[in-house]
Design a protein around this ligand. Sequence first.
Ligand code: MN
Length: 204
Amino acid sequence: MAHELPPLPYDFNALEPHIDAKTMEIHHDKHHAAYVAKLNDALGKHPDWASKSLDDLLTNLKSVPEDIRGAVNNHGGGHSNHSIFWETMGPDGGGTPDGALGDAIQSAFVSFDDFKAKFAAAAAGRFGSGWAWLCLDAGGQLVVKDFANQDSPLAAGLKPLLGLDVWEHAYYLKYQNRRPDYVAAFWNVVNWKNVASRYQAAKG
Ligand code: MN
């Protein structure tokens, strides 16, 4: 069963004015679609790996056959990262997380504002292309990390909860070189309800 591009869970213009419709259309329909297509191309060489779930592939990346490991890392990572990205944003986003996630963020980072500052610094400081993430580590602690390119937190033993794509393709049409402005705008579209669900599932 081939991997499939998930539909965007809202309209291209749903995140305006923070993320523009043209960027969303190209990002989902072209960039994400290409990661899915290239992942399927790579897995075509190893049918026994083609039936594994995306999370299994990335969690067990070191066991993936060497001739396709790089492609699975790049394109499988790209598929996974973007699938999470769309789900954790939304037109009714923003605000602050409450409940167990809100408590855990306060416990790990002192305050929600301190968490935002740490996440924004990771997003701004990632040199070149990559992602900033809020993850749950193996010890059940919330951590902020940044990764290069499409490297998935899953391959590093982390469970990704909230990610921000800081590749130029994610913001250049609207923000050009002003990555910090894009990072600041992101807080207006975060779907904390979805992030809280991911947190509950990750805690198990
Ligand atoms: Mn992207």
